[in-house]
Design a protein around this ligand. Structure first.
Ligand code: SAM
Length: 446
């Protein structure tokens, strides 16, 4: 990372400092003050007394890493993973899982207050997992053959630099992959192209895991046979990706169809391993249920589903409404969404590809009029779309978000400028042990 290069020039204070931790930052670090300057302390929890050493010094804040916990929080637990603290994948394993989601709820409420200047009438109970382990179905694993280690490293990047973590298993990845990191490392170590595999993209569907090997050169027949034997032994799908996303092709078996079902709505989806899909299937199902419940649809209503991806919400919405229009920026995902509607025999939907940061009123589908809106934007949120959405006059809007700060900003616009009331909001434990916060809010037109 470029940033790391810049940081290296700054001389770090060598002393070990003792502090009390006053809060939890939005990226899961303890917050303390030293000589009036904020220090984000990795591995520390609110209420704790800890010793830390400096790992980064900046003009307005510093970063430290816990070296001793003097007075532990009651929320502190033993991290399950051997490389917790080093690996960039997780940042909250040292906190009880229930307390993590409570902390995320506080982060959401704090964002509403500070950024959006809004409050919800009701904060609903968080949606949680049956187990907070082995949930992650999408990931990009780095791969590097490291001479000094005598092996190929397969894993997430380290927290503070771009090295691949020397890890043997991952506790949050779906076990079909999380328990096989060593096997993957051994496999790649035996390939002629052992230093020409840049990454492995993981996508787990309802049946099994798919691994997309990003091969920087064409693999020899022998290497391909080794990958095929691996796929057979571990019951996995393997794809190769020699170039950009369009170059992804199935290696074993020759035809691969990935799919997941939403049994509550009697629909299922097919997708490609590089498509956007939600990482946590259990929370995804609960989230769709909650969104549809909150929209309170009837069969006469027309619904707009913005940032619809492959139609994850759209088809479920279509089972409850008269007509649903799904809009998404990626042509590829729109194509997939259309195929999914046909495959499910659902005829009351239409999909359009559009950039939702542009003038929506200019778009042909816009003039249809909609009773209710669901939106699930990427991290940037939907600032540009909010005034248009508000003009539609929909009676209910459900906003699903993976970034509480942009949700808060957009909620502020809906409530303070466009006459909506934020009736309910809550967090969903989509990404346990990481600092990511997934949330949902319901807005009703006043
Ligand atoms: C968080 S995903 C949600 C996808 C879908 N709702 C789901 O549940 O799987 C956000 C989606 O927004 C799309 N997107 C991002 N920026 C966009 C833009 N400016 N216009 C339209 N779509 C955009 C992405 O391609 C992605 O599919």
């Amino acid at each position: 990372m470029g940033k790391r290069g810049r940081r290296r020039h700054k001389k770090l204070p060598e002393e070990i400092v003792e502090v009390s931790i006053e809060g939890l930052s939005h990226d899961g670090r303890g917050v303390a003050r030293v000589d009036e300057k904020t220090v984000f302390v990795e591995g520390a929890l609110p209420g704790e007394r800890v010793k830390f050493n400096y790992v980064e010094v900046n003009r307005s804040y510093d970063v430290g890493k816990v070296c001793e916990v003097l007075d532990p929080s009651v929320d502190r637990v033993e991290p399950k993973c051997a490389v917790f603290g080093l690996c960039g994948g997780c940042s909250l394993q040292h906190m009880d899982a229930q307390k993590q989601i409570e902390a995320k709820q506080r982060i959401l409420l704090d964002n509403f207050e500070r950024i959006g200047k809004v409050a919800a009438d009701e904060i609903v109970t968080p949606l949680v997992n049956e187990s907070p382990w082995g949930y992650r179905r999408k990931a990009r694993l780095g791969v590097r053959s490291v001479k000094g280690k005598g092996r190929v490293l397969v894993g997430f990047r380290e927290k503070r630099n771009s090295f691949i973590t020397d890890m043997h298993r991952c506790e949050v990845l779906h076990p079909s992959v999380g328990e096989r990191l060593d096997a993957l490392s051994e496999l790649i170590g035996t390939l002629e192209a052992h230093n020409r595999i840049a990454q492995i993209e993981v996508a787990v569907d309802d049946e099994k895991a798919s691994l997309v090997f990003r091969n920087l050169e064409t693999l020899s027949d022998e290497d391909q046979q080794k990958l095929i034997a691996f796929a057979q032994k571990y019951d996995l799908h393997i794809f190769l990706q020699p170039k950009g996303p369009d170059s992804v092709t199935a290696l074993w078996p020759e035809e691969i169809i990935l799919s997941y079902a939403l049994p509550e709505f009697g629909v299922s989806y097919q997708f490609q391993p590089t498509d956007f899909t939600q990482v946590n299937s259990d929370i995804n199902q609960q989230m769709i249920s909650r969104a549809i419940d909150w929209l309170d649809l009837d069969q006469s209503e027309r619904v707009l589903d913005l940032f619809c991806g492959i139609g994850n919400f759209t088809l479920a919405l279509a089972t409850k409404a008269k007509w649903v229009v799904g809009v998404e920026g990626s042509e590829t995902l729109v194509e997939r969404a259309r195929e999914n509607a046909v495959r499910n025999g659902i005829e009351n939907v239409e999909y359009h590809a559009a950039d939702l940061s542009k003038e929506l009123e200019q778009m042909a589908w816009w003039s249809q009029g909609f009773d209710k809106v669901l939106l699930d934007p990427a991290r940037d949120g939907a600032q540009e779309a909010i005034p248009y959405i508000a003009k539609l006059g929909a009676s209910k809007i459900v906003y699903v978000s993976c970034n509480p700060s942009t949700l808060a900003r957009d909620a502020g616009l809906l409530v303070n400028e466009h006459g909506y009331k934020m009736v309910k909001a809550g967090v969903m434990d989509m990404f346990p042990h990481t600092a990511h916060v997934e949330s949902i809010a319901l807005f009703i037109k006043q």
